[in-house]
Write a protein that binds this ligand. Structure first.
Ligand code: NDP
Length: 325
């Protein structure tokens, strides 16, 4: 079967489309025939070697996949059942979804929710799942549509695009922050009420600025997140999930102690099963059908390395879906 394989020898890091046998798959109690996967930011770091994601070689990347159960020793899953997987270190420390088969621990699998195809599941993928977790974090923080406008940073990326579409569908007014002026129409079609240039958020700002946002979903980190925090209204909440602009957070305690602002971290990798299932159900219910056409670029397995390079160059809009078999 075909698999993307990351190898490192004599310091040279390379990702190549390879032929592997099922016997090479890692241990696990469920084997899945993978039909779809996707390229997330973390996949791009792993495939290109630009981030230290992979430490054991060879490794099959792909932090998410959807497919059908091929063999199962887990009573919760039967042969032919449609499943999806995101996170749990798959595609990082355990061979992942960019191969025609994956062998995993049944605890990591989610039965494909009703109303969602395998293809749609991977258009959403880890990015969409994370966007939903961010929306749920805002809700947990008491941010309802009547409270005011929500700002989404890194808006034309995978998490950002899905967050814009979800928030808009839920009745929030959304401001999308993007470094690419050419994506303004795309973001408005997804539901953004206004599109702001990233440059407004990248300079070092003051600890507190004029209050503008009831809440925020940040995929960028660094000065952008610091500036967003300084602009959040009294008792607002910020869901922070990403570092596309850097992993630092040059902020002060002022938004927290003077404006009662809540900063909620969001991790999709170890999300407990009950919240995982809830997030997927809500995604299926909320995401508009139009999103699947608007936000998707479909590629083949052999095109994944080039797509990863483009994503890190900030040349990809929306989600990159990989047709594996
Ligand atoms: P994408 O590459 O699809 O999106 C990132 C977006 O961020 C880009 O489209 C771009 O949007 C913006 N961006 C890119 N480079 C910079 C920069 N240097 N400075 C500021 N903005 C920039 O990635 P994903 O949507 O897949 O992931 C987004 C982030 O979320 C990543 O950091 C990823 O690691 C993280 N993530 C975290 C998860 C978790 O569990 N916590 C799960 C999934 C993702 P634009 O051009 O519109 O400005």
């Amino acid at each position: 079967m075909q698999a993307l394989l990351i190898e490192q020898s004599d310091g040279a890091y390379q990702t190549v489309l390879s032929e592997i046998s099922p016997q090479q798959l890692p241990p696990g109690n469920v084997t899945v025939d993978v039909n779809w996967s996707s390229i997330n930011y973390k996949d791009a770091l792993a495939i290109t070697g630009k981030g230290k994601i992979i430490r054991q070689f060879p490794m099959v990347p792909g932090i998410d996949f959807a497919g059908r159960v091929h063999h199962s020793e887990d009573p919760r899953f039967h042969v032919g059942q449609q499943v999806l997987l995101t996170g749990f270190g798959v595609g990082e420390t355990h061979w992942g979804g960019l191969a025609e088969q994956a062998r995993v621990n049944g605890d990591w699998l989610v039965a494909l929710p009703e109303g969602l195809s395998e293809r749609q599941a991977m258009i959403l993928g880890t990015a969409g799942f994370t966007a939903m977790l961010c929306v749920m974090a805002l809700e947990d923080g008491g941010v309802t549509p009547d409270k005011g406008e929500i700002v989404v940073t890194g808006a034309s990326g995978g998490v950002g695009s899905t967050a814009v579409a979800l928030l808009s569908a839920l009745g929030y007014r959304v401001a999308a922050v993007s470094g690419r002026a050419g994506n303004a129409d795309y973001l408005r079609q997804l539901g953004a009420a206004q599109v702001l240039p990233r440059s407004e958020f990248t300079a070092e700002g003051r600890p507190l600025e004029k209050q503008r946002w009831a809440g925020a979903i940040d995929t960028v980190g660094g000065n952008v997140l610091a500036n967003v925090l300084a602009q959040v209204e009294y008792s607002g909440a910020v869901a922070a999930c990403g570092l596309a602009g850097g992993f630092t957070l040059p902020t002060s305690v002022m938004p927290f102690i003077l404006r009662n602002v809540r900063l909620q971290g969001v991790d999709s990798v170890q999300t407990p099963a009950a919240r995982r299932i809830e997030a997927w159900k809500r995604l299926v219910k909320t995401i508009p059908a139009s999103f699947y056409q608007q936000a998707t670029t479909e590629i083949s397995l052999s095109e994944a390395p080039e797509a990863a390079r483009r994503l890190l160059n900030n040349e990809v809009t929306g989600r990159t879906l990989v047709k594996v078999s």
